[in-house]
Design a protein around this ligand. Structure first.
Ligand SMILES: C[S@@+](CC[C@H](N)C(=O)[O-])C[C@H]1O[C@@H](n2cnc3c(N)ncnc32)[C@H](O)[C@@H]1O
Length: 224
């Protein structure tokens, strides 16, 4: 069987998925996460809203000899899921606002959600904070020049997140993992570029960016 080509980002996401019986991979695309979960012995459903990526997942699963161990569904988010059908849902490689949009349509009594937003982290955590999600674990990894974060969350009451926690992540701020400083430095540089583009224009975005830069600097040197 060919090896499943798992990048550091996908390995990080897999590392957060609890040893549950069943998992749905939402927005599966290539199907690598679903394939790796099937090899772990989980009951896996891989979904995508677009037929093209779902076909790609099917091809890859056949290549890995796992086509009988992963169920494929064309589905917008969790729409095709019955209530309580999965113990865990993974949504990776999408924008934070898109992930929040998917979850806002209903979470079908699923207990665990492993989420890996590619952008708009603040918006996702802000939505989660107001909608009963506890963040249990958070991790960061580097892939080439890019940094990614992911989180294991559980449905249930949780204290509201502070603004800094929404931007950076409550567990990252608490645990200060070794890559945190590099990760925040890269987010500071991105924000500095935005500030350069704004130049002298008077806009509220200017102050927002300046405040974010200060916040990133505050925690940059404080990783473990
Ligand atoms: C960039 S890929 C990420 C693939 C994989 N999850 C990963 O992390 O590498 C995003 C996938 O999400 C799918 N997608 C976007 N919106 C979706 C939705 N509302 N429901 C299900 N899939 C969606 C896209 O068709 C695409 O295949």
């Amino acid at each position: 069987m060919p090896e499943i080509p798992l990048t550091p980002r996908l390995k990080m996401v897999l590392g957060l998925i609890p040893d549950a019986e069943s998992c749905w991979d939402i927005g599966t695309d290539h199907g690598y996460l679903a394939a790796a979960l099937a090899l772990r012995g989980m009951r896996v459903t891989a979904t995508d809203v677009n037929p093209g990526p779902l076909g790609q997942a099917r091809k890859n699963l056949i290549r890995f000899g796992l086509e009988d161990r992963v169920r494929l569904r064309l589905s917008d988010g969790l729409a095709a899921m019955e209530d309580g059908e999965a113990d865990c849902v993974v949504i990776a490689g999408m924008g934070g606002e898109l992930i929040a949009g998917i979850l806002s349509k209903g979470t079908k009594n699923v207990r665990y959600f492993v989420l890996q937003p590619q952008s708009t982290y603040y918006e996702l955590r802000d939505w989660m904070s107001g909608n009963g999600f506890r963040i249990l674990r958070e991790t960061v990894c580097r892939e080439g020049q890019r940094y990614y974060t992911a989180m294991l969350t559980e449905k249930g009451p949780a204290p509201p997140l502070t603004e800094e926690e929404k931007h950076i992540g409550p567990v990252l701020l608490r645990d200060r993992p070794p890559l945190l400083g590099e990760y925040l430095a890269s987010r500071r540089r991105e924000t500095e570029k935005i500030l350069e583009k704004i130049g002298g224009a008077e806009t509220p975005r200017r102050e927002e960016c300046a405040a974010l830069i200060e916040m990133y600097k505050k925690y940059e040197g404080e990783d473990g």
